[in-house]
Design a protein around this ligand. Structure first.
Ligand code: IMP
Length: 181
């Protein structure tokens, strides 16, 4: 049975499904980093709700930092080039880093960020992404923690946008192709 939101959008993952999966990811990260300190780096803006929820399921001494990169622009197409719009507030040398991203698509953003962060010599660097679209990959990169692997759909909600809208939807929904802005 197809489930729809109040806006008539098809729900791909409900808030309950998201919460359950995020808790599982948090438990795994807690296990992997037991006894360590962690810097969680959120990629603005889409990863904000995921970082907020994930961080509260991780039982490790954690701090937050945020970066922002150039994004998809207004529609569903990538511009290709990645640019850093907001840098880290604090150095990560010698720290355990967890990069927290909403969706791993072409891999351009996370490849760029991984290279940038590795230049600072962290103690370890892991990537957590809520969604993964492996069929769209251009850069060879995998996340250490993946919430859900999805086909080539454009999704919105739970932080993810279409032309900056829909980030506050509590469920992850499918954006109909060719939708007006
Ligand atoms: P990548 O650099 O192509 O891997 O893309 C990463 C960024 O593209 C994500 O952080 C999102 O901001 C955006 N993006 C990719 N796919 C989607 C989608 O289906 N919905 C919303 N944003 C997306």
């Amino acid at each position: 049975m197809a489930t729809t939101t109040y806006q008539g959008l098809e729900i791909l993952f409900s808030r309950q499904q998201i919460a359950e999966r995020v808790a599982e990811m948090g438990a795994q990260i807690t296990h992997d980093l037991a006894g360590e300190k962690l810097v969680m780096i959120g990629v603005l803006k889409g990863a904000a709700p995921f970082l907020a929820d994930l961080s509260r399921t991780i039982q490790v001494d954690a701090t937050f930092d945020f970066v922002a990169t150039s994004s998809y622009g207004k529609g569903q197409r990538s511009s290709g080039a990645v640019k850093l719009i907001k840098d880290l507030d604090h150095p990560i040398e010698g720290k355990n880093v967890l990069v927290v991203e909403d969706i791993l698509d072409t891999g351009l953003t996370l490849s760029y960020l991984r290279k940038l962060f590795l230049q600072q010599h962290p103690k370890s660097l892991r990537i957590a992404t809520l969604l993964d679209k492996p069929s769209r990959r251009i850069e060879k990169i995998e996340a250490d923690y993946v919430g859900f692997s999805i086909p080539n759909l454009f999704v919105i909600g739970y932080g993810m946008d279409y032309a900056e809208r829909y980030r506050n939807l509590p469920d992850i929904c499918v954006m109909p192709p060719g939708a007006p802005e």
